[in-house]
Write a protein that binds this ligand. Sequence first.
Ligand code: IPD
Length: 284
Amino acid sequence: LESELDQALVFAEALARECGELIRQAFFKDWPFRTAPVGGYHTAYDVKKRTDPVTETDRAVEELCRRRILERYGTGHRVLGEEGFDGRPESLQVKDLDPPTWAIDPIDGTANFVHHIPLCAVSIALITEGQARLGVVYNPIMEEMFVARRSRGAFLNGKPIFCSGVSELPDACIATEYGSDRSASKVAMMLEMVRSILENGTQAVRSTGSAALNMAFVACGRFDVVTEWGPYTWDLAAGQVLVEEAGGVCLLPNGAQFILDGRGILAANRYLAEKLRFQAYAFA
Ligand code: IPD
């Protein structure tokens, strides 16, 4: 089983590079002269909602992943992908007895991709017996390949990475996101989250626009904490392995135990995770 996971990691990294090539070509096609079409980008792209665009590249990358996984593992492996999601919360669950499941976000940070902001990544994770075992987050624009596998550490472009040693909130750089839900209750919750982060006196607050990159940035010590309600299993599964293998901790934003389909993340280095776990007021 261990050697199977080693081989799966090699497969996942090669797949991420292949996906990255598609993303890079599309991103740089009209670089640097892309300007928003009259009426805004939503006229040029398919939209689930205006706040949640889908491009033909998202579709092509997910299609490529499904094809490669089928070729390699047959129908014994399941794919849980952002674009193939049927909208039912039950479909997000990966139970202990389920077949090995690949959680795929073809482009995490699609709004960045659409706006020509170089913060987007393909996120690929393998989940077996309900646990994420390995994860790859690849930003092909900045050429940053984050990989991790349980008990084997986390790496950025082949070098081991570790969470930061920042132990006080006033020294911390904290990431959060605004997500794509514009309902009054979600907006109120997000503003409350930002207010509580600011009132706790952090050094800096940031958003990359990609939940997977936020977690990769916690894993390599750029961010000390990331917290957000809203992301899905495919946004979080690879990042969970990265953060935990880099010595960090994943929880839900209210301090509860992290679950892959919990639609929330509080990832931090172990010092701040310990503090925030008991200050769950901050991000509840
Ligand atoms: C989104 C991004 C965003 C986060 C959302 C995600 P997408 O993923 O990660 O930062 O706030 O929760 O859904 O739509 O770009 O793949």
